[in-house]
Ligand binder design. Structure first.
Ligand code: FE2
Ligand code: FE2
Length: 276
């Protein structure tokens, strides 16, 4: 579907966990996305065990069905077998823009992507103190946040969308056991989103989480894990569709969120979620 009325339709999903036997599994979903959207976002856990063989199955399905630009980040599962570089190359060769602190612009909309990392939220976030291995763990989250910040700084578009695998806020984890929240994301990832006032954020990883939340400053955050979308919207294909107007004006009257953001002293919303 061509871009119409200067509106860019961004389809997003994650945690598709392609295995060696997944051939054709998401073809109907990819077909629907190709018919309704201008760009596809895949927010990590593209494969189940991070095997090159799994990535080849996914690459084949994507190339046979998806004719729109596709942009993705890796998730933790894509690292499981130590073949993440090959997984990334196979998908890149299939035309997917793999982001790891990189940017991608299409139809006037900018995308910045990182995997992110975990470590917890707010006052409960793990600090870089004590044993060396704790410091290294915390530094991984700090480094991912810095990569995200530097990517966002390079985008010149007025609409900037962040793609993460791990969650930047707690809201979209609701439904997961509280005990594992610290392993599902890090609030260190929220700071760059706020600083660069991104249009929207997509993440996955929390399979039992909540589909929507907001940063402290009102930026919409969407958990697009396939399982979340299937559970919360059983009558829709499992992807989130977001309409963005590159020029910066609101697309439609999502009055509740626009009013809320004005109330918080921010510019009006330039994005409207649409049924997946
Ligand atoms: Fe996953
Ligand atoms: Fe994950």
């Amino acid at each position: 579907m061509a871009m119409t009325n200067d509106v860019v339709r961004v389809a997003a999903l994650s945690d598709i966990h392609y295995s060696k036997s997944s051939h054709g599994a998401l073809l109907p979903v990819f077909e629907r996305i190709s018919e309704t959207s201008d760009v596809l976002v895949l927010a990590g856990d593209l494969t189940d065990y991070g095997l090159a063989e799994e990535a080849k199955v996914l690459a084949r399905d994507l190339t046979s069905m998806v004719k729109i630009p596709t942009v993705a980040v890796l998730g933790n599962h894509d690292f499981e077998s130590g073949e993440e570089a090959e997984v990334s190359k196979i998908l890149t060769d299939a035309g997917v823009r793999m982001l790891d602190g990189d940017t991608f612009e299409t139809h006037g909309v900018g995308f910045a992507g990182v995997r992110g990392f975990c470590g917890g939220f707010g006052r409960g976030a793990l600090g870089a103190w004590g044993e060396r291995i704790i410091k290294e763990f915390v530094h991984e989250a700090v480094n991912e946040a810095l990569k995200l910040e530097s990517a966002l700084a390079r985008l010149n578009t007025s609409q900037r969308i962040a793609i993460l695998h791990y969650a930047p806020i707690r809201d979209t984890l609701e439904g997961e056991p509280l005990e594992i929240y610290p392993f599902l994301g890090s609030s260190r990832l929220e700071e760059p989103l706020t600083r660069f006032d991104v249009t929207a954020v997509f993440h996955g990883h929390a399979h039992k989480g909540k589909p929507e939340g907001r940063t402290a400053t009102g930026i919409p955050v969407y958990n697009v894990a396939q399982h979340v979308l299937q559970t919360c919207y059983p009558d829709r294909p499992p992807f989130r569709l977001l309409e963005v107007r590159p020029g910066g004006e609101p697309v439609a009257s999502d009055e509740a969120s626009i009013t809320e953001r004005r109330h918080r002293g921010r510019r009006s919303s330039d994005r409207v979620p649409v049924d997946g």
